[in-house]
Write a protein of this length. Structure first.
Length: 298
């Protein structure tokens, strides 16, 4: 299988793993400070990825030339994750996942600005359909709310995190100098952990770690191992072999995965009118993967 198709498989798994962080994250977002939660998740994920990198490619000084690159990428992802958990304090998981589906449009913009990746008209149409589906879900199919532009504060907060995520995707390709994805991920995680520890030290100190519930620790371990360590590698691998907008197109599947997570956790099924927006997002993904929407590389 070519790296191109492996990139697509990586993003399919990425979307499924990321979805779990929305459902679990919303259940514990108000039980621990976002800075503290994400600091420990970056540390745990860094250890997991560091061991994997050492056993596979090894960790050599040559892999960490120009460490400022890792500070940029780690900072962007730290911003994304912190704002995600602040957003989940008030935003429903499916709604937050819908905000996440706006990142392909943002990635297309930053992909052009940073890499001169050109988005063709068919791809722009697919992104527009996906964006329309996201907006439908965010407003829960309420046309009056759309006209009044009544967006929840959680969704607004998380949107700015998604902007950081969208910048991150093309920056991976721009800043990578041939390092293996797992090694590059390790550098990003270490940098992110340092940044979060510095800026979140007060929250870390104020957290009573010993009294955290088992659910909080389950969420921390999930987001650290599956929604951080694993997805970092998957995203970095895909970003090196696919155009930025097409990489993030897989976020259109996230609300659908979140609905399955919510059902599995006993949260019920969203209203049918909300599912219409999910259908539009899936349609956008199908258009992209069938080749009707292609991105040409500069």
């Amino acid at each position: 299988m070519s790296p191109y198709y492996r990139g697509h498989l990586a993003m399919l798994l990425f979307s499924a793993l990321v979805a779990g962080s929305f459902s679990l994250g919303s259940m514990v977002a108000n039980d621990i400070a976002p800075m503290a939660l994400n600091a420990i998740r970056f540390v745990i994920a860094g250890v997991v990825i560091g061991v994997a990198a050492h056993l596979t490619h090894g960790l050599r000084p040559a892999h960490f030339r120009a460490p400022w690159r890792f500070a940029v990428l780690g900072g962007l992802f730290a911003v994304y994750f912190v704002l995600m958990f602040y957003g989940l304090q008030t935003a429903p998981p499916v709604s937050a996942a819908a905000v996440f589906t706006l990142t392909p449009v943002l990635s297309a913009v930053f992909g052009f600005l940073l890499l001169r990746q050109i988005t063709t008209l068919p791809m722009a149409l697919a992104l527009a359909i996906g964006g329309a589906g996201a907006i439908w879900v965010i407003f829960r199919g309420d046309l009056s709310a759309m006209r009044a532009f009544e967006v929840g504060q959680g969704e607004i907060t998380y949107f700015w995190g998604c902007v950081a995520h969208a910048i991150y995707t093309p920056m991976v390709r721009r800043l990578n100098r041939g390092e293996p994805a797992v090694v590059f991920t390790f550098g990003t995680l270490v940098a992110g952990a340092i940044i979060l520890t510095l800026f979140g030290w007060q929250d870390i100190r104020a957290t009573d770690w010993a009294s955290l519930s088992s659910l909080v620790w389950i969420a921390i371990l999930y987001v650290a191992v599956f929604a951080s360590a694993a997805t970092f590698v998957l995203l970095q691998y895909a970003s090196l072999h696919l155009p930025s907008a097409k990489v993030m197109a897989y976020t259109y599947l996230t609300p659908s995965w979140v609905i399955l997570w919510e059902i599995a956790l006993g949260k019920g099924v969203p209203d049918v009118i909300v599912l219409l927006g999910i259908a539009l997002s899936v349609l956008a993904l199908v258009m992209l993967l069938e080749g009707r929407a292609r991105t040409s590389k500069a």
